[in-house]
Ligand binder design. Structure first.
Ligand code: ADP
Length: 159
């Protein structure tokens, strides 16, 4: 019975994120998706909006829940009783960044293990920041994000 946390900005959630959650939920007994709230970062979607989008998208998976966290993820993982911190990896530059982060998190919480899950090839170009940029120009993002997210992006940029 191993519980994992899957933290990130999810601004907005993409098919890449959902693929990681879908695969991980068959390995771990529970997945807590944790929407990061970092006061230094500017998000397009509020924490409440990101949680609502993710809750809808994961509602049919009974061992997946969605939370927000404005503290250190290692602290939050402890309160949830999670043993694993899950991160998706798209390419070498993700790995390089994530590897450094995992060492820092290990120093902070030695009993929490970071596990990397490589993306599936068809999702490796999906990046929330590029999707937001494309959507801001009215580009078609329907192959990159679920319909509810595409509609939410459309609403944001039509304002
Ligand atoms: P952050 O804001 O922490 O940079 P995101 O919120 O974009 O990251 O993503 C959360 C997690 O999902 C990270 O581990 C990230 O590497 C992973 N991820 C993002 N996009 C993809 C994708 N297309 N395929 C696999 N993993 C991904």
């Amino acid at each position: 019975m191993i519980t994992a946390v899957f933290p990130g900005s999810f601004d907005p959630p993409t098919f890449g994120h959902l693929n990681i959650i879908e695969r991980a939920r068959t390995i771990f007994s529970e997945i807590h998706v944790v929407v990061a709230v970092n006061k230094e970062k500017r998000y397009l979607f509020s924490a409440e909006e990101r949680v609502a989008l993710l809750q809808k998208l994961t509602a049919h998976w009974d061992n997946v829940s969605v939370h927000t966290c404005d503290t250190l993820i290692v602290e939050y993982a402890k309160t949830l009783g999670a043993r694993v911190l899950l991160r998706g990896i798209r390419n070498v530059s993700d790995f390089s960044y994530e590897f450094d982060l995992s060492l820092m998190n290990k120093a902070l919480a030695s009993d929490l293990e970071t596990i990397f899950m490589p993306t599936e090839p068809r999702f490796f170009v999906l990046k929330s920041s590029s999707i937001k940029e494309l959507a801001s120009f009215g580009g078609d993002v329907s192959a990159m994000v679920p319909e509810s997210v595409a509609r939410a992006l459309e609403r944001k940029f039509s304002k």
